[in-house]
Design a protein. Sequence first.
Length: 141
Amino acid sequence: MPIDYRAVKALGCTIAVWDGDLTGEDMQQQMIRLASDPEWPPGPRHLVDGSTLGTVVIPDPELLELLYEGTKFVKEMRVALVVRPDFFDEARPRYHRANAAFHAETFTDLDTACEYLGVSVSTVRTTIEELRSEFGQAAPD
């Protein structure tokens, strides 16, 4: 599975791993999983480890807003996307962020992303390692 996540109530954070080339269908399936998860959202923070991400088709911002509709977190939502430094090379296709609805920032290291969200780096790192091991992938160097 190219996307996996865990809702970590203790952190008030959803931690996700995005791997490889993600299609619109992959993203739509993820949105359906989130919407049907009674534990989601655990809070206003969302961290995506995209350090092994190839390309991604981000859903329409209006669909993202619908996903959070009815939760108390829309105005409080903070999203941190961690990508490798060369993700933004000129040859790579760009992705579009839905940062009009959420406070979304892109980072190239996990420590800074966790600081932005105000969450424990060690807890997040452990969760990411567990998620990656569930679909048989080691963390990138």
